[in-house]
Design a protein around this ligand. Structure first.
Ligand code: NA7
Length: 538
C-alpha cells in the first residue's frame, strides 16, 4: 500500500470537493491531462451540501439551473424530481457525477488542509494537512466554498448547556429527533427560515429567537411534471445559454420595466402574480428594484403586508414585519410555510434585538428580559462567509507574506481569482467575484473553465508562473466597491455580504455586484488580451 503520509509531487492541488472542486478536477485531469489531487475535509463529496443537512435544507435555485451544464449528456442523464432540490437529492446528484467521471480516486477525503506555503525558489506550493499529509504542486486552487465556516456566536455559558446544541452547517449525519423537545432556534436567515416549519412540525415547542426580521417569499416547491422534465432534456443548450446571459445566473430574466412605469394597481397585481409564482424571481419583476430605494420600498411594503395578513397574532406579525433593510439587500430567503408556522400553538417568536441573548443556562437561555427553558438549541447563525474558509488555513505567499495579513483590512484580489503576492494560487468563487450573488454552479463553471484555460495557455507558451499585479488588484477592488455602491446592497449594514455578522471582521462588501454576464465578459477580455493585469513568467 502506498504511504499516504509521503509527500507527493503534483501538477495541481484543489482544496475542496464540492461543486467547484469536482468540476475543477474534471477540467484539469480529464481535459488538460494534469496530475491533480483534491483534498477534502469531509468523508464524501458535496461541500456545502455535505455539511448542511439541517431539517428543511433545500436549494433556493431551481433544479434545472442548479447543476453542471458543461455536458449535455450529463444533463440528459440526470433527472431532478422537484422544482427546488432538497439536500439529499443534491448529494445523490453530486455522487452520481463523481462516480460517472471517476473522481473519487483522486480525492483524499477526511483531509483538512492546515497550511499552504509558496516555495519561491522552487515555484511550488507546499501543502500540509491536519492528518499529516504533505503535497507539492505548481498550482494551488481553492474550491473551499463561500459558506463553509460555521459562525457559532460566543454566548457565555454555552459550555454549561445540559441539552444538545447544533449549528445548521455542521449537522449530525444521523439527524436530530425533536419529538417531545423544547427547541430554541437562533437566527432567521435563509437557513432558520427553512428549518422553522420543519422543526415546528416535530418539536413539542419551538422558540425562534429573531435578531433581524427578514423578508421571505414563498418558494412554491412542487414535483416536476413529466412535461417539464422532457423540456429540460430537449433544451439543455438553451438552459445553459440562459444561465450565461442573465446577471444572476438563473434562467429567469429581469424585466425591463421600472417600478414606477406602472400604476400602483398594476404594480400590486405584478407582485401578486410573482408571490403566487414564488421563488427568487420575485426580485426580477422590476429592473430598478435593487438600485432605486423608492422602487424597492414598493416590494418591501408588499411583502410586509403579506406577513401581516398571514400571521394571526398582531404582536408576532408586527415583529416579523418590522424589517429594517431594503428587500434582497440581504440574501433573500424563499420559504415553505415560514410565516404560517407562527400560527401554530407550539411556536413562539422572541425579539432578541431589543433584548439580546445574554447567557446560555444549563436548562435554556436568558435574554435581558426573560428566561426560556430549552432541551435543544439550534444555531442557524450563518457563516464566516467568503473569507472565513480561506483564512482558517495558514496560506503564505511570496516572501512569507500571509493571506491573513494581506486581507487584514478586508479581501483584496484581482477578478476574485488571484491575490498579488500569491503566484499560481487561484481562488474559485472567492470574494471579488459574483459568487453568492449568482446561481453558484454557473459562477463555479465559469471560474474553473477560466482557470483551466489559463493553465492551458501557460503550458502552451512554456510559462511557469502567473501572478496578479498590485495595480490590477487595486483597480479591481475599487471596481468591486463601485459596483456594490451602485446598488442598494450595502444598505443592509448587518449582512454577511459585508462581513457584519462576525464580530471584528472588516466591513467590506465582498461579492462582485456588477452581474455575472458582465463579469464573464471582463474575464474573457482579460484572457484575450494576454492575461492583462497578470504578470506571467517562464
Ligand atoms: P445568515 O443569513 O447569516 O443568517 C444568520 C442569522 O442568525 C441571522 O438572522 C442573524 O441575525 C442571526 N444571528 C447571528 N448571530 C446571532 C446572535 N448572536 N444572536 C442572535 N441572532 C444571531 O445565515 P444562514 O445560514 O441563514 O444563510 C446563509 C446562506 O446560506 C444564505 O444566505 C444562502 O445563501 C444560503 P442578524 O441578521 O445578523 O441580525
Amino acid at each position: 500500500m502506498p504511504d499516504i503520509n509521503a509527500a507527493s509531487e503534483l501538477d495541481a492541488i484543489v482544496i475542496g470537493a464540492g461543486f467547484a472542486g469536482m468540476y475543477q478536477l474534471i477540467c484539469l485531469r480529464d481535459r488538460l491531462g494534469l496530475n491533480v489531487k483534491v483534498l477534502e475535509a469531509g468523508a464524501g463529496v458535496g461541500g456545502t451540501w455535505y455539511w448542511n443537512r439541517y431539517p428543511g435544507a433545500r436549494c433556493d435555485s431551481e433544479s434545472h439551473a442548479y447543476w453542471y451544464t458543461f455536458s449535455p449528456e450529463l444533463m440528459k442523464d440526470w433527472e431532478w424530481s422537484e422544482r427546488y432540490p432538497e439536500q439529499p437529492e443534491i448529494m445523490r446528484y453530486l455522487n452520481f457525477v463523481a462516480d460517472r467521471f471517476d473522481l473519487k480516486k483522486d480525492i483524499s477525503f477526511n483531509t483538512r488542509v492546515a497550511s499552504a506555503h509558496y516555495d519561491q525558489a522552487a515555484n511550488r506550493w507546499r501543502v500540509r494537512t491536519e492528518n499529516g499529509q504533505s503535497h507539492t504542486a505548481k498550482y494551488l486552487i481553492t474550491a473551499v466554498g463561500c459558506l463553509s465556516t460555521a459562525n457559532v456566536p460566543k454566548i457565555p455559558g454555552l459550555e454549561n448547556f445540559a441539552g444538545d446544541w447544533y449549528h445548521t452547517g455542521e449537522w449530525p449525519h444521523e439527524g436530530v429527533d425533536f419529538t417531545g423537545k423544547r427547541v430554541g432556534l437562533i437566527g432567521t436567515g435563509s437557513t432558520g427560515i427553512q428549518a422553522t416549519p420543519v422543526i415546528a412540525a416535530q418539536a413539542k415547542h419551538l422558540t425562534v429567537f429573531q435578531r433581524t426580521a427578514n423578508y421571505s417569499v414563498p418558494a412554491r416547491n412542487v414535483p416536476l411534471t413529466g412535461e417539464f422534465k422532457n423540456y429540460i432534456k430537449t433544451h439543455t443548450a438553451e438552459i445553459r445559454q440562459a444561465t450565461h446571459e442573465t446577471p444572476n445566473g438563473h434562467t429567469f430574466k429581469i424585466e425591463n420595466r421600472l417600478a414606477f412605469d406602472v400604476t400602483p394597481e398594476e404594480r400590486d397585481s405584478i407582485y401578486e402574480a410573482a408571490w403566487a409564482k414564488g421563488g427568487l424571481q420575485f426580485r426580477a419583476v422590476f429592473q430598478d428594484m435593487m438600485v432605486n430605494k423608492a422602487a424597492n420600498d414598493t416590494a418591501a411594503d408588499f411583502i410586509k403586508r403579506k406577513i401581516r395578513q398571514i400571521v394571526k397574532d398582531p404582536a408576532t406579525a408586527a415583529l416579523l414585519s418590522d424589517i429594517d433593510h431594503p428587500y434582497a439587500a440581504k440574501r433573500p430567503p424563499i420559504d415553505t410555510g415560514y410565516f404560517e408556522a407562527f400560527n401554530r400553538p407550539n411556536v413562539s417568536l422572541v425579539d432578541v434585538k431589543t433584548n439580546p441573548i445574554q447567557e446560555i443556562l444549563p436548562g435554556g437561555l436568558r435574554t435581558a428580559a426573560a428566561s426560556y427553558d430549552l432541551d435543544i438549541i439550534v444555531f442557524a447563525t450563518g457563516f464566516d462567509a467568503m473569507t472565513g474558509p480561506m483564512l482558517r488555513m495558514d496560506i503564505q505567499g511570496r516572501d512569507g507574506q500571509t493571506l491573513k495579513d494581506a486581507w487584514e483590512a478586508g479581501p483584496r484580489n484581482y477578478l476574485g481569482l488571484q491575490v498579488a503576492g500569491f503566484p499560481n494560487l487561484f481562488t474559485i468563487t472567492g470574494p471579488g467575484s459574483p459568487s453568492v450573488l449568482c446561481n453558484m454552479p454557473v459562477a463555479i463553471e465559469q471560474h474553473a473553465d477560466w482557470i483551466s484555460d489559463c493553465i492551458a495557455h501557460m503550458r502552451a507558451k512554456g510559462l511557469e508562473k502567473i501572478e496578479a499585479t498590485t495595480a490590477a488588484m487595486d483597480e479591481w477592488v475599487a471596481h468591486v466597491n463601485d459596483a456594490a455602491n451602485a446598488t442598494l446592497l450595502p444598505q443592509a449594514t448587518h449582512s454577511w455580504y459585508l462581513g457584519a455578522n462576525v464580530p471584528g471582521k472588516p466591513r467590506v462588501f465582498m461579492p462582485y455586484a456588477g452581474g455575472m454576464a458582465r463579469y464573464r465578459d471582463i474575464c474573457t477580455n482579460v484572457a484575450s488580451q494576454g492575461y492583462k493585469g497578470f504578470a506571467l513568467s517562464p
